[in-house]
Design a protein around this ligand. Structure first.
Ligand code: FES
Length: 149
């Protein structure tokens, strides 16, 4: 699952493992989408979604077609995108009993684990510094502040 600029890291993953994953790509609007031909070459069969329906693909949230796909074929989710998307994916992953590997976006001040500007709260009450322990993390361990977490 790639949300917005989260497509960059997912592109590297898809190129490294061609044909092994299905891409769900969400953007707010069509003006933010990558070129359709690029997406087709990168990930044949990718599902593109825009929130406002102004681009190619489906209208709505990319989690909706992902949920349908997970219902038919549960698989681990690898995701990069904004926190709200990762929060929704954590709920989705729990409902479908699949892992969520998240590439977390965070503002970073020091990059040394000192300033805590990149800190994420975990469900066990501790915190995780994305600069020290990420950016790839167990998305199910994070308290995304989402109902149902
Ligand atoms: S950027 Fe300062 S603790 Fe992570």
């Amino acid at each position: 699952m790639a949300g917005g600029a989260g497509l960059g890291p997912m592109a590297s993953f898809l190129e490294a493992l061609p044909g092994r994953a299905r891409l769900f790509y969400g953007e707010r609007s069509g003006s933010l989408q990558v070129d359709r031909g690029f997406l087709s070459r990168l990930a044949p069969g990718a599902v593109a979604v825009t929130e406002d329906g102004s681009g190619y693909g489906l209208r709505g949230l990319a989690t909706a077609p992902l949920e349908v796909a997970l219902g038919k074929d549960p698989r681990p989710i690898l995701a990069c995108g904004p926190p709200a998307m990762l929060a929704a994916l954590a709920s989705l992953a729990r409902r479908n009993s699949v892992p969520l590997v998240a590439c977390a976006e965070a503002r970073m001040g020091c990059g040394l684990g000192i300033c805590l500007s990149c800190s994420l709260p975990l469900l066990d009450g501790s915190n995780l510094s994305v600069c020290q322990h990420g950016p790839v993390i167990d998305g199910l361990a994070v308290d995304w502040g989402w109902p149902g977490d």
